[in-house]
Design a protein around this ligand. Structure first.
Ligand code: XMP
Length: 522
C-alpha cells in the first residue's frame, strides 16, 4: 500500500492534513519532526508533507530538518511553516512580514503547475502567517501570489519540492483538497489504494493471524468505536470473541435493547455477548450524590468493578480488545508533535483489572469517518454507525443533582421525543430541499434540570420538573453554538414532552454557546 508521511511541526491542523490525504484514498501517518532520517528512509514512502507550526524558522532552536530530507528523491510538500522551513534549509530567506495575512484571501495560482492542475487561476485561500518567504532557494520559482505575499506557493519541479504558504487542508480554502490530491496522486504517484473495503479485508486477516485460536475480550459500550471493533474481530475469529456490555441504567431509552439486537443472540454477528444489567447497583451507589465530578467517579469506578467481575467469570483471556482510534493515539502525544491535548484512557494505560496477555486495537490507524465507513462495510446498521457522541457517564451527567430511577425515566422519555422529532424534521427538510438542513445539530439531547416549578394542567395546579433541551453545532466539540432549530419543531417537542412525560410541566431550550457553557450540563 502506498504511504505518505505527515511530518508534524506542531501545527494545529496536523490531523486535518492527514484526513485530507486519506480522503484522496492515500494512506498516511503522522510523525514528529524529531523522527530521524534513517527511520523515515525505512518507511517506504511515496511522499512527505511538512505541516505548519507556531514557530519562526529563523529563530534559534526552531523545529527544523536536515537537507537530507529533501535529497531522498521523494516528493515533499511544505505547508505554511513547513514551506518556510524548506526554504530556510534550501537557501531561501524567511522574514517577518510587514503585512500579516489572516483569513480568507484571494490568490492567483499558476495553473500550469502540477500542484494547481484543475484549480482556477483566481481562487481563495486561508492564510494565517506572520513570516513570509522573501527569497527562494536556487531552483525554486513562485507559482502563486496574493496582494501582500509574493510567494504564496513555490516549486522546484525537477526535484519534486513544493511549498504552500496558506492552508489547503482547511475547508476555507475551497480548492485545497484538489491541491492535496494533485500532490499525493499526481506528483507522488500514489494509486489511491487506501479504501475501506480493502482495509476491512486486510484487518480481518491480520486479526486472524494474530489471534490464532486464542480468546479475546472486549468491553462494548454501544458507541461507534467499540461496535466497529467488535464487528471486525467477530468477522475474524467469531466466538473466540466475548463482548461484555454493561447496562449502567444511564443509557438512552431502548439503547441497551438496540445494542443487544445487533450484537446479541440472533443478531448479525457471531460472538459471545454478555449483557450485564447492573442498573440497580449504579442507582444505589449514586443515591443522594449531587456533585458532578463525584458522580462521574462513582459511575466510572462501578463500571470497572462490574466489568472486572464479568472478566473474572470468563477467566484468563489472551487479548483485551479496545476501540482506540487514530486521534486518540495522536492526541496522547504518541503520533505527532502537537502538545498532549488529553491523556486518553484508551492509550498507554492498560487496565490492570483484567487478566490478559496482549492488547488488540484494530482501529488504531483510523479516523472517525473511516471507522464509520468500516462499520457500514461490516453491516452495522446506520443508526448505530452515525450515532451522535454520548458521554461514558451517560444520563448521569444529564440529570442535574442527585439521580433517581424516576428521574432517569423522565430524561429518557423526554430525550426520546426530542430526538425523534428532530429526526423527523431533518428528514422532512431533506426531502423538500434535497440538502441537509443548515441547523442540523452535531449533538442534541434532553436533560433534567433539578428545578421544580408551579404550573397548571387541566384545572389542576402542578409542581413538577423542568426539562432542558440542548442542541449544538460544532466541528471539534471544543467550541460550539446553539443549533438554530426551527421554533415550530421546538414547539412540537415541548407539547409532546408536557403531554407524554409524567412529572414534567416546563421545557427550556438552552441557548448558551461553548464557551462559556459546556455541551453537557454537568
Ligand atoms: P463538554 O460538556 O465538555 O462536552 O462541552 C464535550 C464533548 O465531550 C462529551 N463529554 C464526555 N464524554 N465522558 C465522556 O465520555 C464524560 O465525562 C464527558 N463529559 C462530556 C460531551 O458529550 C461532548 O460530546
Amino acid at each position: 500500500m502506498d504511504k505518505v508521511l505527515v511530518l508534524d511541526f506542531g501545527g494545529q491542523y496536523n490531523q486535518l492534513v492527514a484526513r485530507r490525504v486519506r480522503e484522496c484514498n492515500v494512506y498516511c501517518e503522522i510523525y514528529s519532526y524529531k523522527t530521524d532520517i534513517e527511520t523515515i528512509k525505512g518507511m517506504g514512502l511515496k511522499g512527505i508533507i511538512l505541516t505548519g507550526g507556531p514557530n519562526s524558522c529563523y529563530e534559534e532552536g526552531a523545529p527544523t530538518y536536515s537537507r537530507e530530507l529533501f535529497e531522498m528523491g521523494i516528493p515533499v510538500l511544505g505547508l505554511c511553516y513547513g514551506a518556510q522551513m524548506m526554504q530556510h534549509v534550501l537557501g531561501g530567506r524567511v522574514e517577518r512580514a510587514s503585512v500579516q495575512e489572516y483569513g480568507k484571501t484571494p490568490v492567483t495560482v499558476d495553473t500550469t503547475s502540477p500542484l494547481f492542475e484543475g484549480v482556477p487561476a483566481e481562487t481563495i485561500c486561508w492564510m494565517s502567517h506572520f513570516d513570509y518567504i522573501s527569497a527562494m532557494g536556487e531552483g525554486f520559482k513562485s507559482i502563486a501570489h496574493t496582494k501582500d505575499c509574493p510567494v504564496a506557493a513555490c516549486s522546484d519541479e525537477s526535484r519534486s519540492l513544493y511549498g504552500i504558504q496558506f492552508h489547503p487542508e482547511v475547508l476555507h480554502t475551497p480548492c485545497g483538497t484538489k491541491m492535496i490530491y494533485n500532490f499525493v496522486r499526481n506528483i507522488c504517484g500514489c494509486s489511491g489504494d487506501w479504501r475501506m473495503d480493502s482495509f476491512v479485508e486486510t484487518a480481518i486477516n491480520e486479526i486472524r493471524n494474530k489471534v490464532g485460536d486464542k480468546k479475546v475480550l472486549l468491553g462494548l459500550s454501544g458507541g461507534v468505536d467499540s461496535s466497529v471493533a467488535a464487528a471486525l474481530i467477530s468477522r475474524a475469529v467469531g466466538k473466540q470473541l466475548t463482548c461484555v456490555f454493561v447496562d449502567h441504567g444511564l443509557l438512552r431509552k431502548n439503547e441497551g435493547d438496540e445494542v443487544e439486537a445487533v450484537f446479541g443472540e440472533g443478531g448479525i454477528f457471531d460472538l459471545n455477548f454478555v449483557r450485564v444489567n447492573a442498573q440497580h447497583r449504579f442507582y444505589v451507589k449514586l443515591a443522594g450524590e449531587n456533585e458532578p465530578e463525584r458522580k462521574r467517579k462513582i459511575i466510572g469506578a462501578e463500571f470497572i468493578r462490574v466489568f472486572e467481575e464479568e472478566a473474572k467469570k470468563i477467566g484468563t483471556v489472551d487479548f483485551l480488545a479496545q476501540g482506540t482510534i487514530y486521534p486518540d493515539v495522536v492526541e496522547s502525544g504518541l503520533g505527532g508533535e502537537s502538545a498532549v491535548i488529553k491523556s486518553h484512557h484508551n492509550v498507554g494505560g492498560l487496565p490492570d483489572y483484567v487478566d490478559f496477555k496482549e492488547i488488540l486495537e484494530p482501529l488504531r490507524n483510523l479516523f472517525k469517518d473511516e471507522v464509520r465507513k468500516a462499520g457500514l462495510e461490516l453491516g452495522i446498521p446506520a443508526h448505530l454507525v452515525f450515532r451522535q457522541p454520548f458521554p461514558g457517564p451517560g444520563l448521569g451527567i444529564r440529570i442535574i443533582g442527585d439521580i433517581t430511577e424516576d428521574k432517569v425515566r423522565i430524561v429518557q422519555d423526554a430525550d426520546y421525543i426530542f430526538r425523534s422529532e428532530v429526526y423527523n424534521a431533518l428528514k422532512a427538510y431533506e426531502s423538500e430541499n434535497a440538502s441537509v438542513a443548515p441547523w442540523k445539530p452535531d449533538q442534541y439531547y434532553a436533560a433534567l434540570t433539578n428545578v421544580r416549578s408551579v404550573g397548571v394542567m387541566g384545572d389542576e395546579r402542578t409542581y413538577d420538573y423542568a426539562v432542558a433541551l440542548r442542541a449544538v453545532k460544532t466541528t471539534d466539540f471544543m467550541t460550539a453554538e446553539a443549533a438554530d432549530i426551527p421554533f415550530d419543531v421546538l414547539q412540537i417537542v415541548m407539547n409532546r414532552i408536557i403531554k407524554e412525560v409524567r412529572g414534567v410541566n416546563r421545557v427550556f431550550f438552552d441557548l448558551t454557546s461553548k464557551p462559556p457553557g459546556t455541551i453537557e450540563l454537568e
